[in-house]
Design a protein around this ligand. Structure first.
Ligand code: NAI
Length: 250
């Protein structure tokens, strides 16, 4: 069966040591991409992602970078180009939560979540955009959240960051379309990862009760959508937000 990507396609996935990021990295590798596995600090989890990427018969590279720092995001893109010569796909997946009710949320928790989720996405997009524009070719997929569409009590900072990613995605899509660089977002619903494992069983049950398809999603569900949007199969799609949520919000 033919793969989604031409051999030699290069993809950067941020926050790829575990969870959804790892699933995206492995899926892109499986579909033919060489993959740059970004992690904030290199560890055994990142090494495991790299092993799974290379097991698909493509090349991989771990690059340590805190995407919330502009110079580190730039160094990440530079490292990818130094190793592979070009960057075709950027997936902004790195994200954090620091939940709390608005009345008690500290400015530090608000700012940090914005800085990593929205700022990190901006930093990496800014760094990757110039080489993609020059090549008149590229696809960026940003990981938002259904919470960025609908809001969520206790997640004002996170929801603001994910809503911001949608605005950033649409604006960049308008700016870059003429340069043949596509920018889309995927908005996951409730996906089984370390991030959601932190929720209480009661909160999980309440959420599942609202999911039309009646089950928690898997990281692989997000990875499939990302691979599609990053590939030429989506060559006429830009500026869109694809919700992958089992019908949580219809
Ligand atoms: P996770 O917490 O398992 O993984 C996030 C990864 O991002 C970790 O490897 C972490 O080290 C990395 N990271 C955090 N800050 C970073 C930084 N400054 N620089 C580089 N890497 C950094 O989370 P999960 O669930 O895999 O989430 C991945 C993305 O999907 C996040 O953007 C999250 O907001 C989003 N998402 C997840 C949902 C879920 O139900 N799990 C639902 C909707 C969106």
């Amino acid at each position: 069966m033919s793969k989604l990507f031409e051999p030699g396609t290069v993809a950067i996935v941020t926050g790829a040591a575990r969870g959804i990021g790892r699933a995206i990295a492995v899926e892109l590798a499986c579909e033919g991409c060489n993959v740059v596995v970004n992690c904030r600090t290199s560890n055994e989890a990142a090494a495991e992602t790299l092993r799974q990427v290379e097991a698909q018969g493509v090349r991989g590279l771990i690059v340590e970078a805190d995407v919330s720092a502009a110079d580190e995001a730039k160094a990440l893109v530079d490292a990818a180009i130094a190793e592979f010569g070009h960057v075709d796909v950027l997936v902004n997946n790195a994200g954090i939560t620091a939940d709390g009710l608005l009345a008690t949320m500290t400015p530090e928790d608000f700012n940090r979540v914005l800085q990593v989720n929205l700022g990190g996405t901006f930093n990496c997009m800014k760094a990757a955009t110039r080489p993609m524009m020059r090549a008149k070719h590229g696809a960026i997929v940003n990981i938002s959240s259904v919470v960025g569409v609908a809001g969520n009590a206790g997640q004002a900072n996170y929801a603001a960051s994910k809503a911001g990613i949608i605005g950033l995605t649409k604006s960049a899509a308008k700016e870059l379309a003429r340069k043949k660089v596509r920018v889309n977002a995927v908005a996951p619903g409730f996906i089984a990862t370390d991030m959601t494992n932190a929720m209480t069983d009661q909160a999980k049950e309440r959420t599942v009760a609202n999911i039309g398809l009646g089950a928690i999603g898997q990281a692989q569900d997000i990875a499939h959508a990302v691979a599609f949007l990053a590939s030429d199969k989506a060559s006429y799609i830009t500026g869109q937000v694809l919700r992958v949520d089992g019908g949580l919000i219809i």
